[in-house]
Design a protein around this ligand. Structure first.
Ligand code: GDP
Length: 445
């Protein structure tokens, strides 16, 4: 899967990572190529556009670190953006199958791989999760389909509901429900009938079945080779039936992979599994990180950049701690603290975590400080000169006015910030004396 897209992207990034310095124009050109590659892979236009925009924004905002090239950094940003576009909430591949017997409704068009996937999933539930599974085919129009499921059931050692000729889908569903309860099954899977295209009768039938059981999961099975059609099918089914996730089949083929990339962004529904062949084992959990890795094929660069970023953060934190232990705490340190706080769930979250800072957390709350305030404070510090940041006591009234104006705020806001800095600085000095940084070190862990 994704071979073509992967090849295209690695061409773009090979060129980029070989260059030492990058101009904004280089990045733009590369991203234009990324966009074309995505569109050729049948990713929907708005998704491709948003993707490139997100990467562009991050790439311009990011400070370049010493040990990696800008090209490598762009690769990492693209990698993270891929994960973003592929990710849904929750554990990949997790199914709600508690409260036995849990009904799973399998829906989709004919030929998409619904019956095969039903059996693959049943096998997985049985073998991985130790569940007792019952499968039932509701495809009354195609006796061959019912038999196909029964045969697969025997093959994987999973029970199927006995076929009774002439029964309608709702009656079969009711029987399956009763049988699942009486037989002590954990899960029962309903393989609904498919059609060649979406039609009213099909939808009504699936709705009727859905209303009998209230499924814990409603999984749409679609052929991944059909690209954007697969995404439209998902939109349609979701609107009518409400789906909880998608299984993309035939991802073993040389499809362009666009469905995988557009699905989540367009439908809001996660891809839970991918089908990778006709065999009963050919089903994989859809893991965004691994898929992103496969698409990009640049795992070593991603790992390198991650390592470099970690090292830099650790070095910065260490430096700051040393300075703080000595009672030195300037505006740069405060800025770093504020940025760290943003990362760690805002000011209260962070203060709450630091021993001895509970009281300050309360003050912060009383002062009505939230993340927006953090951003504004960072902006104020950014408006100061290097010298002023190192020694805020230097600030004269005229400079204060200019700084406040530069950050779009009032002098009183700046005064508040300076007061906070003084208080924190005093506290750092005290803490430094108390434990020679020991307490702070602990707090920073
Ligand atoms: P249904 O009509 O939706 O129930 O589709 P089936 O389950 O009968 O599948 C139709 C065909 O697609 C069968 O020949 C399957 O073996 C095949 N198939 C299903 N899933 C996959 C897959 O992930 N990869 C490949 N290569 N073939 C698949």
């Amino acid at each position: 899967m994704f071979e073509n897209l992967s090849e295209r992207l690695s061409g773009v990034f090979d060129r980029l990572t070989k260059q030492g310095a990058l101009s904004e124009e280089d990045v733009k050109t590369a991203l234009r190529e990324v966009r074309v590659a995505l569109l050729e892979a049948d990713v929907s236009l708005p998704v491709a556009r948003d993707f490139v925009k997100a990467v562009q924004e991050k790439a311009t905002g990011q400070a370049v670190t010493k040990s990696i090239t800008p090209g490598q950094q762009v690769v990492k940003i693209v990698h993270d953006a891929l994960i973003d576009v592929l990710s849904g909430e929750g554990e990949p591949g997790a199914l709600k199958v508690d409260n036995p017997p849990a009904p799973i409704l399998m829906v989709g068009l004919q030929g998409g791989g619904k019956t095969t996937t039903t059996a693959k999933l049943a096998k997985r539930l049985k073998e991985r999760d130790g569940k007792r599974v019952l499968m039932a085919s509701l495809d009354v129009n195609r006796p061959a389909a019912m038999e196909q499921l029964a045969i697969l059931g025997v093959q994987i050692g999973v029970d199927t509901l006995p076929i009774i000729k002439g029964e309608d889908p709702v009656a079969i569903t009711k029987r399956a429900k009763t049988q699942a309860g009486l037989g002590g099954y954990d899960v029962y899977m309903l393989d609904t009938a498919g059609r060649l295209s979406i039609d009213e009768e099909l939808m009504q039938q699936v709705e009727a079945v859905r209303d009998v059981v209230t499924p814990r999961e409603t999984l749409l099975v679609v052929d991944g080779l059909t690209g954007q059609d697969a995404v439209h099918t998902a939109e349609n089914f979701d609107e009518r039936i409400g789906i909880s996730g998608v299984v993309l089949t035939r991802m073993d083929g040389d499809g362009r992979g666009g469905a995988a990339l557009s699905m989540r962004a367009v439908t809001g529904k996660p891809i839970k599994f991918v089908g990778l062949g006709e065999k009963m084992d050919a089903l994989e959990t859809f893991e965004p990180e691994r898929i992103a890795g496969r698409i990009l094929g640049m795992g070593d660069i991603v790992a390198l950049v991650e390592k470099a970023q970690e090292t830099i953060e650790a070095e910065q934190a260490e430096k700051m701690m040393k300075r703080m232990a000595k009672g030195q705490f300037n505006m740069n340190d405060l800025k770093m603290q504020l940025e760290q706080m943003m990362k760690m769930g805002g000011m209260q979250g962070m203060m709450g975590m630091m021993p001895g800072m509970g009281k300050m957390a309360k003050q912060v709350e009383d002062a009505g400080l939230d993340d927006k305030v953090l951003l504004r404070q960072i902006a104020l510090i950014q408006s100061m000169t290097k010298k002023e940041r190192a020694n805020p006591a230097l600030l004269q009234a005229s400079r204060k006015k200019r700084i406040a104006k530069g950050a779009g705020m009032e002098v009183s806001d700046l005064n508040k910030l300076m007061k906070m800095h003084r208080q924190m600085s005093d506290m750092m000095k005290k803490m430094g004396k108390m434990g020679k940084g020991g307490m702070l070190k602990q707090a920073m862990k």
